[in-house]
Design a protein around this ligand. Structure first.
Ligand SMILES: Cc1cc2nc3c(=O)[nH]c(=O)nc-3n(C[C@H](O)[C@H](O)[C@H](O)COP(=O)(O)OP(=O)(O)OC[C@H]3O[C@@H](n4cnc5c(N)ncnc54)[C@H](O)[C@@H]3O)c2cc1C
Length: 289
């Protein structure tokens, strides 16, 4: 007989500190935060796990603050902070405005009040990830023995089992150099909609030269990534940028997919148009100043 939730109900563990978690390494466990993605998966027919580990009472996952780490300043965000907490937080708005922009584009207020930044990242498809990639976010994970840090970019490249490690905090470097950043989510409707693509960019500019360029893309079912060849094409004196090459690099760097509504080619073209126009608009503004 197949075991279902009716014959074998899911047990729930609600630890009140990290060291009290009991079943992190158990392959039948799953971490749950807001549950907004897990709930959709279960409604779509995915089997419920035997055991859930809830993050809701873990104090280590709460709070948003500016902190010093190895002599550097970071914005530290607890993984259990909701999308609304992040959106409305003054430190986030000051130090990571594109993250606030990304949060504003996620779902409707009821979901934002329940869904967490940790769940958004750990789904590996959340709309905050492109913004966090260009902000060069670091993640802190608890592996059952200790916490360790890894860059979001490296972590995305790792194949992780569902519940072996628990995300505790997100660290965003606080940069005092002048910079320009942007986030844009394209959906099939203006709001309350899943993304066709979400893009983010970060530029440092000085004396007619782009000193640092970071571009990233995600949204829909894409695994978010940085567009490194396109970044290289931008990292130079403005007069040396080959715009048609940049347009092509963006499309080549971005590995997309076709679904019943949108082709991969369409997504690639939209992405290239968006990036190129945002960068050109920024440079036009700089020339006026
Ligand atoms: C109607 C609706 C609309 C939505 N629209 C959007 C949207 O526009 N953009 C978007 O990005 N998302 C959207 N979502 C998805 C979701 O609400 C958000 O991504 C939310 O931030 C997920 O957080 P959560 O806490 O609910 O995750 P959960 O469902 O609790 O968990 C999601 C995944 O992360 C894992 N996980 C959770 N917390 C941790 C942790 N601390 N450590 C390790 N693993 C963890 C879980 O095991 C699970 O695999 C939508 C959902 C709904 C229901």
């Amino acid at each position: 007989m197949k075991m279902t939730a009716e014959t074998n109900p899911t047990s729930v563990e609600i630890p009140s500190k990290l060291s009290a978690i009991q079943n992190l390494k158990n392959q039948h466990s799953r971490i749950i935060s807001g549950g907004t993605i897990l709930q959709i998966n279960w409604e779509a027919g995915l089997e419920k796990p035997e055991h859930l580990i809830s993050t809701e009472k873990l104090p280590e996952l709460i709070g948003i603050a500016e902190v010093q780490l190895d002599g550097k300043l970071y914005l530290k965000m607890g993984a259990a902070m909701t999308i609304s907490d992040c959106l409305n937080n003054s430190f986030v708005r000051k130090n990571a405005s594109i993250l606030a922009e990304a949060c504003e584009k996620i779902a409707a207020p009821a979901v934002r009040n329940r869904g967490t930044i940790g769940g958004n990242i750990c789904s590996k498809i959340g709309d905050t990830i492109p913004a966090l990639l260009v902000l060069e976010a670091q993640l802190s994970f608890y592996n059952g023995e200790q916490e360790y840090m890894i860059s979001l970019r490296k972590w995305l490249a790792k194949p992780t089992p569902p519940s072996a490690e628990l995300l505790t905090s997100i660290f965003i470097p606080i940069i005092h150099r002048q910079n320009y950043s942007f986030f844009r989510k394209i959906g099939r409707r203006e709001s309350f909609t899943a993304a066709i693509i979400s893009i983010a960019g970060y530029l440092e500019y000085e004396e007619n030269t782009i000193k640092a360029a970071r571009l990233s893309i995600g949204g829909g079912a894409h695994l978010p990534c940085r567009l490194t060849s396109a970044e290289n094409e931008l990292n130079k004196a403005v007069k040396e940028i080959d715009w048609s090459c940049l347009y092509k690099e963006i499309q080549d760097d971005f590995s997309s997919y076709t679904d019943p509504f949108v082709t991969a080619e369409y997504r690639k073209k939209v992405a290239a148009n968006l990036f190129v126009s945002r960068v050109k608009d920024f440079l036009k503004e700089q020339r006026k100043e």
